[in-house]
Write a new protein. Structure first.
Length: 134
């Protein structure tokens, strides 16, 4: 039995999945360091998967494809801190801002648990909203 799921999103997304893993849209504030920069930068954590993540930064922030990146995102709802360390593998211009696609250096057991819990919350919220509308 093969189970297939089609995911819809209110966020700008493409059907091509370079990571080969489910991407969980976050769209939340994060702080991070890019390259050898010691200064923490404000950015948006766009999405996460078991193997990578994407962030959106201002266009004047320097970066290098293949360079290191570290991003910290606090999810107040789940009381979880994601500390993501990886390398930048691609860049896209997004409405005057820069999207960086990043590959995780190592898999994170915390990230896997977080994605599962977040998906459960999303489904529970959807089911709760649908049952109250009947």
């Amino acid at each position: 039995n093969n189970v297939m799921v089609r995911i819809g999103s209110k966020f700008d997304a493409k059907e091509v999945n370079r990571r080969g893993d489910f991407r969980l849209a976050i769209g939340g504030a994060a702080k991070g360091r890019i390259g050898r920069n010691k200064e923490a930068l404000q950015m948006t954590l766009r999405d996460v998967s078991y193997s990578g993540f994407a962030v959106i930064i201002e266009p004047n922030v320097p970066y290098e494809i293949g360079g290191p990146i570290r991003v910290v995102h606090k999810d107040e709802e789940l009381k979880t801190v994601l500390d993501l360390v990886g390398k930048i593998v691609r860049m896209e211009d997004r409405n005057g801002r820069t999207l960086l696609g990043c590959k995780l250096d190592l898999p994170s057991p915390i990230l896997g648990k977080y994605i599962g819990e977040k998906q459960q919350r999303i489904l529970a919220n959807r089911m709760g909203n649908n049952s109250s509308n009947e």
